[in-house]
Design a protein around this ligand. Structure first.
Ligand SMILES: [Zn+2]
Length: 101
């Protein structure tokens, strides 16, 4: 089965799920740069976008545990690099409970 990513209904659902979770967890800031996230205008520089912690190019999955909500700018600038594992401390609560955190 092809591992298509963006554009599929499944990815759409997972992405929306991640965004919902982030809002439910009161994640108001980008975990990378700390900018306040805009959940309504996702095309804004600080628009909330769903990012892969481990990129597809490195075998990352679309599972919720591999996703993080960050601002559009960080999402784009990060591109295929791996996410910074952590800043000295998280600037907001983690999206979901995971052993990785
Ligand atoms: Zn950011």
């Amino acid at each position: 089965m092809a591992t298509s990513r963006t554009g599929t209904a499944q990815w759409f659902n997972v992405r929306n799920h991640a965004l919902r979770l982030a809002q439910q967890n009161d994640q108001t800031q980008c975990p990378y740069c700390g900018i306040p996230l805009d959940y309504k205008n996702k095309r804004a520089p600080n628009g909330a976008q769903v990012d892969h912690i481990v990129p597809h190019s490195r075998g990352g999955s679309d599972r919720i545990t591999n996703l993080i909500v960050c601002c559009a700018r960080c999402n784009q600038s990060k591109s295929n690099r791996s996410a910074p594992k952590q800043h000295t401390k998280p600037q907001s609560k983690p999206l979901w409970t995971s052993r990785k955190w």
